[in-house]
Write a protein that binds this ligand. Structure first.
Ligand code: MRU
Length: 364
């Protein structure tokens, strides 16, 4: 696959391989993040429905990883289709797109990737050759994979300038290799600063209810040998008020052109605490996470099962009859965000101007 040649030479950045395409067996492969840090189990499939299930059950999670996986899901659907016409194959792709799109509502990368791969398939269907469509869809998925790895490393390079030697960085949720095609976004910035030799320390929140910080950040930071401490989510404000944090860097599931940013529940509270304590609060995300809209109403916040709140790692922590609310994400308003780090540069306030410029979109 020629696309893969583009990431040759980047291996030193890819100590963790969270997901990949097994070309020989024509299968999609991923690390089941639900079992980390206690077990490292790779799953594989030729069935796009299984990819959808893995996204829904959060074996695969993190906006970029969800987008890349959905793209490979479309490739599996194209290979599975027995249609002898390009038109028929496109119909099968349309069905797979619906199934994959219905997995989780908030991460914009999912819809961005599905639209891009489907559009590539549509254009190739003009040839009337179903094999041409199959190959085009697989190559487009491959490109999305390679781009995500390269963009994360570029976000790391650009963002690491914001981290001074000796700094302590607070982060919330997992935004590392386990949330992307490799390297990571916010955790990628931290990783890049460490690779540059900066003496940094990390404070990671546990990130209730599914503990992406306590499980996934701990696993990645330990693998890298980056010094860190773990806190409960509600300690972030106090820790900052005690001057133990120099800056905050988090990821994003969806950013809109006003700068409003959807990310893991708790991010908004961390942003409020950072602002109140005069600490810079940065968002790191590829431009594939940015939706070209100004309407906050278009950000759908996923409500997940109450059981996630009422249990920890499967252990019940309250009465079964209790009613719980479990919004999985929240929205941080632009005024609380010091900068948005992308592979194309850092956007600053007013985001209404800087983000369209970054995306080469018409303003106004
Ligand atoms: O529910 P999750 O684990 O998919 O939520 C993930 C996050 O909120 C991440 O911060 C975001 O997707 C960015 S990942 C690079």
């Amino acid at each position: 696959m020629p696309e893969l040649r583009e990431i040759e030479g980047l291996e030193k950045f890819l100590k963790v391989k969270p997901l990949y395409w097994d070309h020989d067996r024509r299968e999609f492969v991923w690390l089941d993040t639900r079992l980390i840090p206690f077990k490292e189990v790779y799953r594989r499939t030729r069935d796009y429905r299984r990819v959808a299930e893995a996204i829904k059950s959060m074996e695969i999670r993190g906006a970029p990883a969800i987008g890349v996986s959905a793209a490979f899901g479309m490739a599996l659907a194209a290979l599975e289709s027995t249609s002898r016409s390009a038109e028929g194959l496109l119909k099968d792709l349309g069905k797979a797109k619906e199934v994959l799109a219905s997995t989780r509502p908030t991460a914009y990368n999912l819809f961005w990737a599905l639209d891009r791969v489907y559009k590539a398939g549509q254009e190739a269907s003009g040839s009337g050759d179903p094999d041409e469509v199959r190959l085009t869809v697989l190559r487009e998925a491959m490109r999305i994979y390679v781009e995500d790895v390269k963009n994360n490393i570029e976000i790391g390079r650009i963002g690491s300038r914001l981290i001074e030697d000796g700094s302590t960085v607070l982060t919330h949720c997992n935004t590392g290799a386990l949330a992307t095609a490799g390297f990571g976004t916010a955790l990628g910035v931290i990783r890049y600063a460490w690779y540059e030799g900066k003496k940094i320390r990390v404070i990671t929140t546990e990130t209730r209810p599914l503990l992406q910080g306590a499980r996934l950040n701990v696993w990645e930071l330990t693998k890298e040998g980056i010094p860190f401490k773990l806190i409960v989510d509600s300690a972030a404000g106090f820790i900052m008020s005690r001057g133990m944090v120099d800056l905050v860097i988090v990821g994003a599931d969806r950013i809109i052109l006003t700068g409003h940013t959807a990310n893991k529940i708790g991010t908004y509270m961390v942003a409020l605490a950072a602002n109140h304590n005069g600490k810079p609060f940065y968002v790191a995300a590829p431009t594939s996470t940015i939706q070209a809209t100004r309407s906050v109403e278009e950000i759908e916040i996923e409500e997940r099962s109450q059981e996630e709140v009422k249990t920890v790692m499967g252990n019940r922590i309250t009465l079964e009859t209790v009613e719980a609310l479990n919004p999985s994400f929240d929205i941080t308003p632009p005024e609380l965000i010091s900068g948005i780090i992308t592979e194309k540069g850092i956007a600053r306030k007013p985001y209404e101007e800087s983000l369209p410029k970054l995306l080469n979109l018409e303003t106004g």
